[in-house]
Design a protein around this ligand. Sequence first.
Ligand code: GLY
Ligand code: MN
Length: 457
Amino acid sequence: MFSKDTYTNRRKILKQSFQSGILLFLGNDETGMNYKSNTYPFRQDSNFLYYFGIDQPHLIAIIDIDEGNTILFGNELTMEDIVWMGDQPSLSDLATAVGVHEVKPYNKISTYLQSRTVHFLPPYRAKNKINLSKWLDIPISNLQSQASIPFIKSIVKQRSIKTTEEIEEMEKALSTTHQMHTTAMQIAKVGMTEAEIAGIVEGIAISAGGRLAYPVILSKDGQILHNHHHHNILQEGQLILGDFGAETASCYAGDITRTFPVSKTFTTLQKDIYNIVLAAEMQVIEQLKPRVSYRTMHDLASTIIVDGLKELGLMKGTTDDAVELGAHALFFPHGLGHMIGLDVHDMEDLGENYVGYDEQTQRSTLFGTAYLRLGRQLQSGFVLTVEPGIYFIPQLIDQWKAEQKFTDFINYDKLESYKTFGGIRIEDNVLITETGHRVLGPPIAKTIEAIEALRQS
Ligand code: GLY
Ligand code: MN
């Protein structure tokens, strides 16, 4: 938790955007996995955390602009809570620690909201959807469209610019993430299952006092972008793509990807593809500074990928045309990156287009480029991921080949032998500064030489 002043100042800045109404912050509740009291790990809502900092279930907060007060709704500990979970700080102590002086029982919230203008955020949890629908008398199916756009926009504006104390938390997340990736590169060996490595890296995140920022993606099938199955047994000659990051105890995320060989060294073919992805990642990072358009950076990465694949004879034709028409998306079918902070895809609950796009930058409709979560101009204080990749997805290759898609740009015959290659992605987290950028966290082996050295250590 940050200091009382941090939360008070954050709320003060937010309040300045509103003349009337109630700003409603729904905290998250415990959720049963297989029965009510066997719960998923609790994760507080990030907007609630940002403005109210209390990492506990079953809380709601309001900022009442009309009345000029801020109230926390929740229930004080009962003796039963103390018997089962031990003594804990009282709700009023927690409220005081974040500068809130009024605490009311949870069930008083509904009367507070009646006949008032309520600014609420798009709910993503079933219980919050049901409660909101009941309290505001809005059908569940209309909650998304009736969420307050001024509320969403004000929060996005504020949370997009990370403060020094937030950057320090993100550095902590990345320090643990460094340990996770370095360990994975040291311990992987032929005969292990992917699950053995996934379990160890998750353990490192938990041992550091936090948890994972998102479920581990770790597979010899790197071409499956978000592969959460870890059942394969590692074999000589395969690549392992590991995309995982720690979340700190204060809930700030790290999101790093590295790809390395199961054998002690990369094959020549693996090196060729790896170095194209590495060039795309490093050349994009080099360009990052305020006012640079991230959509332009996505196109730069795509251009480097097409040029590299042309040198290997997998693509052909004019590079700019291939990128403009979307032919590169056979190999790079996702976006270059996204904002990161309290959420790994920061503020995605508020709507990707509010976070990553604006009046000047509209989202592309092209396959691949349409998945770009961040397209707008960068500002000092943004933290974002840079994560280009090259993938050989056999089913997509077969489909495009059968449809004779982009035959001016793709050498399908040569591609046949790549269908078992897998995929390569390289990802780092970057802060935009006044004059340029800073890659956050301790450096994690990234060049062929550094990775091979780690594999042999
Ligand atoms: N780390 C997963 C993603 O960025 O989607
Ligand atoms: Mn990412």
